[in-house]
Ligand binder design. Structure first.
Ligand code: PRP
Length: 176
């Protein structure tokens, strides 16, 4: 691949992503057999991961989305905003939240507080990337694709100032 000015290096290749997402899909399908889970994608970062994960879910399920935002440039503002809420009720449902990355944990902490009173039968988190070294809130994802170091990552849904979400791999962003 030609050198990309925004890219320090590729961290997780397209092939590695596909293999791990396949495994996660199998594991979640086994855990939720007969439970008709509701997969809640957190836009916008989840979009590529969500689509690929769903293709690997082999149980009956439904899909819904929320749009949350807290980042500006390379930093979390710490202030999470709900831009779009769920369309369906989660009362009595087995909910799996699908996220691209858990970094400070502030987004999911906010979301869990927000969903807690809506009567779900269970709520678990599936994230593609987990960056535990940067946590500011207690969040424990049950399903994790990869654990990453404290580097700014882009691609496969993750952005820098809204760019690079379309890259088919996860890369480390090269600061200019
Ligand atoms: C990103 C990412 C997660 C969140 C994780 O979203 O998609 O939702 O940050 O960070 P945290 O654990 O530090 O809260 P962002 O607010 O950038 O919006 P986006 O999904 O539209 O990129």
């Amino acid at each position: 691949m030609p050198e990309q000015p925004f890219l320090e290096r590729i961290l997780i290749s397209e092939e590695q992503l596909a293999a791990r997402v396949h495994e996660l899909g199998r594991q979640i399908s086994a855990d939720y057999r007969g439970k008709q889970p509701l997969f809640v994608g957190i836009l916008r970062g989840c979009i590529l991961f969500y689509a690929d994960l769903m293709k690997n879910i082999s149980v009956d399920c439904t899909m819904d989305f929320m749009c949350l935002s807290s980042y500006a440039g390379t930093g979390s503002t710490g202030h999470v905003r709900t831009m779009l809420d769920l369309r369906e009720s989660i009362k009595g449902r087995h909910v799996v939240i699908v996220e691209d990355i858990v970094d400070t944990g502030l987004t999911l902490d906010y979301l869990m507080q927000h969903l807690k009173d809506r009567g779900a039968a269970s709520i678990e988190i599936c994230c593609l990337l987990d960056k535990p070294s940067n946590r500011k809130a207690e969040v424990h994802p049950k399903y994790v694709g990869f654990t990453v170091e404290n580097e700014f990552v882009i691609g496969y849904g993750l952005d820098y100032n809204e760019l690079y979400r379309n890259l088919p791999y996860i890369g480390v962003f090269k600061k200019q």
